[in-house]
Ligand binder design. Structure first.
Ligand code: ZN
Length: 163
C-alpha cells in the first residue's frame, strides 16, 4: 500500500488541465493503485489524479465507502447530463469547507476502466455528483468555484465526505 500527498486549495497544480492517458503503463497502474490507497486512507469517496499532483485524466470513486464499490475511470467524457440536485459537497483538497453545489442528477460517462477497456457508466444521485466533481478536477475546476452556499459548521454526514 502506498499513499500520496493530497494537494490542497491554493496549490496551482490543482488549477491546471490534465492530459489524456494514451496507453496503460506500469506507471499508470501504480498511480491508480496509489490513488485508491490515498482515497481510502483519507476516508474519501472520490479522488482525481491532479489531487495527488499528477496531471492525467484519471479518477477513482467509491461511493459505497471503504472498498465496497471501487470504480476507476480513465479519460472520462460526459455524454449526457440531465436533471438537477443541490446537495452538500466536500473535497479532500479543501479540508475545512463544505457547501451546497448544483449538479445534474443523471449522467452518462464514457471512458476506460483500469484495464483500459472502454466502458460506459450511467449514474444518478451521489454517483452522478461524484463523477461530475472528479471530472471537474481534471479541468482545474474546484467545487468551491460552484458553491452556492457554504455549510454552517455541523456534524459531518456521509453525503459530504471528501471527493
Ligand atoms: Zn475534490
Amino acid at each position: 500500500m502506498a499513499t500520496r500527498n493530497i494537494r490542497t486549495l491554493g496549490d496551482e497544480l490543482l488549477r491546471k488541465k490534465s492530459r489524456e492517458v494514451e496507453e496503460l503503463t506500469p506507471r499508470i497502474t501504480q498511480l491508480i493503485d496509489d490513488m485508491f490507497d490515498t482515497m481510502y486512507e483519507a476516508d474519501g469517496v472520490g479522488l482525481a489524479a491532479p489531487q495527488v499532483g499528477v496531471l492525467r485524466r484519471i479518477i477513482v470513486i467509491d461511493v459505497g465507502g471503504k472498498k465496497k464499490a471501487p470504480m476507476c475511470l480513465i479519460n472520462p467524457v460526459v455524454e449526457l447530463k440531465e436533471g438537477s440536485q443541490i446537495t452538500s459537497e466536500g473535497c479532500l483538497s479543501v479540508p475545512e469547507i463544505s457547501g451546497k453545489v448544483e449538479r445534474p442528477d443523471h449522467v452518462i460517462v464514457k471512458g476506460r476502466d483500469r484495464n483500459f477497456k472502454e466502458i460506459t457508466i450511467e449514474a444518478r444521485d451521489l454517483l452522478a455528483k461524484a463523477l461530475m466533481h472528479e471530472i471537474d478536477h481534471l479541468d482545474g475546476i474546484m467545487f468551491v468555484d460552484k458553491m452556492i452556499e457554504e455549510d454552517k459548521p455541523e456534524k459531518e454526514t456521509n453525503d459530504k465526505k471528501g471527493l
